[in-house]
Design a protein. Structure first.
Length: 537
């Protein structure tokens, strides 16, 4: 590509990023409530935010709407910095969910822009500097979770920013750069420790280089890197110790605070999860054809390692080992939880950056050839368009151009069913809050919602605290309701589907006080119950 002014080049990248985001329908999705894929986990994240907002909670005492076995909703998942910031913004601008999505998008955009700057710094080529971040942003998982409420994508964005500033520090030795690098890596690691995969890969390579090649690292740099790394590790260890202790004293069992290793599974369970990982989750992670190309590039780089930038290929090797270890340690989560893969996406731009650096240095004619860049542009357009179809399909049933050609029929049918299921089970909860207030139910009244098997979806949407049908698997519906009454729940909320299966708890349906679409509301004020303590499973 002809040399372009860096400011103009950056502007082109930002415009391209916004155009691609428009194709992904970000401008409309931005204003959607928690819905679609993993609405369960989305509602959990928003529930933390809502409780910070409503209760003005201490940062280190987060709560969710589901009161849990402790009866106060105190629990914690990831470091709640984003939830806390959004809650403070809600206190200024009102409870607007788009603020949460916008914060997440902004962190990702900033990370992608820093990836653009990093690539431009290394390759000195505007085309590849724009191509690599946009190629990464064609991951269906990243595209979906960037404009969402989960913390995995923002953690990746923070890691990307950390990489840029770490590189600037290593080549320029500026203290400001290392402070920024440590800040972004620390925040990303506190939110999701898997985002530190690239950080540990960089440090690991530097350590190996010192001990294997006896190459001296600047003493000041060595001291600063050591101190900064120790601070990051200590902060993360302290946070996880605090989180585990906090959950053990309060509502434990809601969120994972440990590993899901492959060796704890039976052979049949491993086979089922492996099938799900390779046939379903990988399609959400990235287009499998292009992913195969990326791995072929890695193999080629390994074969040609003598001509490859030793710093970049070393980081690639360590990062790949880290990915394999991560998959083994959290294998059980790969049945349906595609967001657990989000931070592994760092491997894709790392391989591309290493390959194009190799190509430009060893085969500049090929790297700069208009034919190659045209081919890559067409491939990127195809990839972005397919991802746009996938992302839109997760929210609507529109028959976009070539949708049936580019999206598998089983995937289309699955999402059509998901839309039907959500509309018939949860859609009414999105707008029920004013009706609840009109019949005298305040946000301080605890409820039990038997129409919801998740932890917080209905409770968050209603802005109510209480219980759902989540957990307590070995207990009957009657025992669940008895426990909820004992914990202070005054109202029972059922769906039309629940009312078809009321065996055992008909006695609680004597005082109906409201009906909103397919949702029935009953008062439990005069109901007698057995006392029984339940423990979640």
């Amino acid at each position: 590509m002809t040399k372009i002014n860096p400011i103009l080049s950056g502007l082109i990248f930002i415009i391209a990023l916004l155009c691609v985001s428009w194709g992904y329908n970000y401008h409309q999705i931005l204003f959607y409530p928690p819905c679609s894929l993993h609405a369960w986990r989305q509602a959990d994240c928003l529930s933390f935010t809502l409780n910070f907002f409503n209760e003005n909670l201490n940062f280190f005492e987060p709560q969710v709407n589901n009161l849990g076995n402790s009866g106060d909703g105190k629990t914690v998942s990831e470091f709640p910095i984003i939830y806390y910031i959004v809650a403070k913004l809600w206190q200024v601008f009102g409870q607007k969910e788009f603020i949460s999505r916008l914060i997440n998008i902004s962190i990702i955009y900033f990370g992608l822009f820093n990836l653009y700057r990093l690539t431009l710094s290394i390759l000195k080529d505007n085309f590849y500097a724009i191509f690599i971040p946009l190629f990464l942003f064609a991951s269906p998982a990243l595209v979906y979770y960037a404009n969402n409420f989960l913390a995995d994508a923002p953690a990746l964005g923070l890691a990307l920013s950390g990489c840029y500033y770490m590189y600037q520090y290593l080549i320029n030795s500026g203290k400001k750069a290392i402070y920024f690098a440590f800040f972004f890596f620390l925040q990303g690691g506190l939110i999701k420790i898997t985002s530190l995969l690239i950080f540990f890969s960089i440090l690991g390579f530097l350590v190996l280089e010192v001990f294997t090649t006896k190459k001296n690292l600047d003493k000041r740099k060595l001291k600063e890197l050591t101190i900064g790394s120790l601070i990051i590790l200590i902060c993360i260890v302290l946070w996880y110790l605090y989180a585990r202790n906090y959950n053990s004293k309060n509502s434990s069992g809601f969120f994972l605070q440990s590993i899901f290793p492959i060796w704890e599974l039976s052979s049949s369970e491993r086979s089922l999860i492996a099938e799900s990982l390779f046939t379903k989750l990988l399609r959400s992670f990235f287009n499998r054809g292009f992913l195969a190309v990326v791995f072929l590039l890695l193999i080629y780089l390994i074969i040609s390692w003598k001509k490859v930038n030793h710093f970049l290929i070393g980081i690639c090797a360590i990062c790949f080992i880290g990915i394999m270890l991560y998959v083994l340690l959290w294998f059980k989560a790969f049945d349906v939880h595609d967001y657990y893969l989000t931070n592994l996406l760092i491997f894709i731009p790392l391989i591309l950056l290493t390959f194009f650096e190799f190509l430009k240095r060893n085969h500049p004619f090929i790297a700069n050839h208009i034919g190659l860049k045209l081919f890559l542009s067409v491939s990127l357009f195809f990839l972005v368009y397919q991802t746009a179809l996938i992302n839109r399909m997760k929210y609507d049933d529109e028959k976009y151009f070539a949708r049936d050609l580019l999206i598998r029929r089983t995937d289309r049918e699955l999402w059509e069913w998901n839309h039907w299921y959500y509309n018939n089970n949860f859609k009414a909860f999105e707008t029920i809050k004013p009706y609840l207030r009109s019949i005298g139910i305040t946000k301080n009244d605890n409820v039990i919602c038997m129409a919801d098997g998740s932890i917080n979806i209905s409770l968050y949407l209603m802005d109510q605290k209480g219980y759902t049908k989540y957990g307590y698997a070995r207990f009957s519906d009657k025992e669940r309701i008895d426990f909820a009454i004992k914990q202070g729940c005054r109202y029972l909320i059922l769906s039309d589907e629940n009312l078809k299966q009321t065996a055992g708890f008909e006695a609680y349906l004597t005082d109906k006080i409201g009906q909103y679409q397919n949702i029935s509301i009953y008062s439990l004020a005069n109901t007698k119950q057995e006392t029984k303590t339940l423990n979640p499973e």
